[in-house]
Write a protein that binds this ligand. Structure first.
Ligand SMILES: [Zn+2]
Length: 558
């Protein structure tokens, strides 16, 4: 059997988040494997209430754990490294990352009480990691976090480029620029690029992307014009933006304070790893409270409306001694990720009620994206001239659109969603297998399958309330006393105006008095009958069919 080169997305293809990709080389079914990124995505109240984190189902990886040679991490965003503490213990392969990313992962592992000595720090190309049939180089690309990298993966079947998250930015303020000359070289070494696995996030944005550096002067102008306290929020990991904001504050004669653990951690790691230099001096929150509000600027976490983050706390009132007032300014130097709009708008309105002027990204004046827009993607296609292109990092509509663009240029392409195994060995990509994939939820401290029913039940209880029924059956299979009912999450009184609990109890007791012996003797039948009555009564009284738990206690003859 001849060797083949395969690509298999397990997360991130057909959604934005929980990036998890696999490459393999070798005889069919025995390929040596590398994993690229182990990310998470975030739950929402509507589909995953109470869930803490969402990550790819790693069952296929676990089943093939002996074939996994290494895990490569492209950059430090949570949707690329967030599952490390949960999935690495199942895979236990060596982990390769650049210094800044490695540092963030190390902290994550240590917080979870896990080892971190399997993390190997890799210098960028021309340095390379040789492992199994793969030679992997990290190539710096610009993005919205320092040290983001594309991977150049050389195999006996040819060269694959996995872009990771990237944008074309020649002047990203912090970190490395996108270097077209280096990429030209990568495209022209040897037989060129066989397959480009490419970020699709901004494929629908028709205008060319803008550099992080274009924000410097608008942000400085904005902040210097304000009276009162200025508060700005952005993604904690966007170290370049934090620097621009802090410098703008200092230039406007303000003392600057960072609020939020995530933000202080990012700046600390960026300074420690040498990525960030000359960050303006900042005050601790304790010292900043003493500064007059006209001379103060806070940079805070919570741009996505996260309930416990500083932005939400400030919108609810006093936080760590700080309070927003009439005449203050609150800047969202960020984009609201789809799904978070309601939380963010709620915060904006709460701030508005306090008399605070809320400024958002103003159509790009105060925020730029970290992903390549359509013209930039096309420029990269033309620069790299791959034999085939597989879109990744996007919802289905993004992948499909990106594939269309590739096809129009005569590049062989395939829409590969999570679980689609693609053979890249030939001249065109070929779907060879569908792997069962899905999502796993971190629910409290336990990992559960998204389809296990736990969250489905939780949603049902949330929507319809819950009824608990207890009955006691004596030694002679005769109900002892009345049924006893408790309700949760349902109104006390329904349409009839009577007490809900009493009405359900009366109906159940009436049924028990005349219930046939064969029903009373059989747990399943009794359970079913009582459940049906409770749901029926609730439907008549309050128009809802609640979840019902029936507890039958049988007294045993001595
Ligand atoms: Zn990213």
């Amino acid at each position: 059997m001849s060797d083949r080169l395969i690509y298999l997305p397990l997360g991130g293809a057909g959604e934005i988040g929980m990036n998890t990709y696999v490459y393999g080389y070798g005889p069919e079914g025995k390929e040596r494997l590398i994993v690229v990124d182990l990310g998470v995505t975030f739950p929402d109240m509507e589909s995953s209430p109470g869930v803490d984190l969402i990550m790819a189902d790693a069952a296929w990886l676990e089943a093939n754990v002996n074939r996994i040679d290494a895990i490569f991490l492209t950059h430090g965003h949570e949707d690329h490294i967030g599952a490390m503490a949960h999935l690495w213990p199942k895979l236990k392969a060596p982990v390769y990352a650049r210094r800044f990313t490695a540092h963030l992962v190390q902290l994550k592992m240590e917080e979870a009480g896990l080892p971190s000595d399997m993390i190997r720090i890799v210098e960028p190309r021309p340095k390379a990691v040789e492992i199994g049939p793969f030679t992997v180089q990290f190539v710096p690309v610009s993005h919205s976090i320092p040290e983001s990298s594309a991977l150049v993966i050389d195999t006996p079947a040819g060269r694959v480029v996995h872009t990771g998250d990237f944008k074309l930015d020649g002047n990203p303020v912090v970190g490395e620029a996108f270097d077209p000359l280096e990429w030209h070289e990568i495209a022209h070494e040897g037989a060129g690029i066989k397959a480009l696995i490419c970020d699709s996030t901004n494929v629908f944005t028709q205008t060319a992307g803008r550099s992080e550096s274009t924000l410097v002067s608008p942000l400085k102008d904005l902040i210097s014009e304000q009276k009162g306290m200025v508060v700005a929020t952005t993604f904690a990991s966007n170290v370049a933006r934090l620097k621009t904001l802090a410098e703008a504050g200092r230039e406007a004669g303000r003392s600057v304070c960072l609020l939020g653990r995530a933000m202080r951690k990012m700046v600390h790691v960026a300074e420690e790893t040498g990525v960030l230099k000359n960050f303006p001096n900042v005050l601790s929150p304790e010292d900043a409270v003493e500064v007059g509000r006209d001379n103060l600027m806070l940079i805070v976490t919570g741009s996505q409306g996260e309930r416990r983050a500083a932005t939400a706390q400030l919108s609810r009132g006093k936080y760590l001694g700080f309070e927003m007032k009439d005449g203050d300014t609150f800047l969202f130097s960020s984009k609201t990720i789809p799904g978070n709009e309601r939380s963010v708008i709620r915060i904006m309105n709460a701030l508005s009620e306090m008399g605070v002027d809320v400024v958002d990204d103003k159509g790009g004046l105060y925020h730029v994206s970290g992903h390549a827009n359509r013209p930039d993607l096309e420029a990269v296609h033309d620069l790299l001239r791959p034999q085939m292109l597989i879109p990744m990092h996007g919802e289905h509509r993004h992948l499909r659109e990106h594939a269309k663009i590739a096809a129009a240029k005569g590049i062989a392409t395939e829409v590969a969603t999570n679980g689609t195994m693609i053979d890249l060995t030939g001249v065109v990509p070929k779907v060879v297998e569908y792997i069962e994939t899905g999502r796993h939820y971190l629910d409290g401290t336990v990992l559960i399958g998204a389809l296990d029913g736990v969250v489905r039940e939780r949603i049902r209880m949330a929507l319809n309330g819950h009824v608990l029924i207890t009955v006691i059956i004596d030694e002679d299979d005769v109900p002892l006393g009345d049924a006893w009912v408790e309700v949760m999450g349902l109104p006390e009184r329904g349409k009839s105006g009577g007490d809900m609990v009493r009405i359900v109890e009366d109906e159940l007791s009436a049924f028990l008095e005349s219930a046939p012996d064969k029903v009373v003797r059989n747990d399943d039948k009794l359970d079913e009958a009582l459940r049906r009555i409770a749901r029926q009564v609730a439907m008549e009284e309050v128009g809802k069919k609640p979840e019902v738990t029936v507890v039958v206690s049988r007294l045993m003859a001595e």
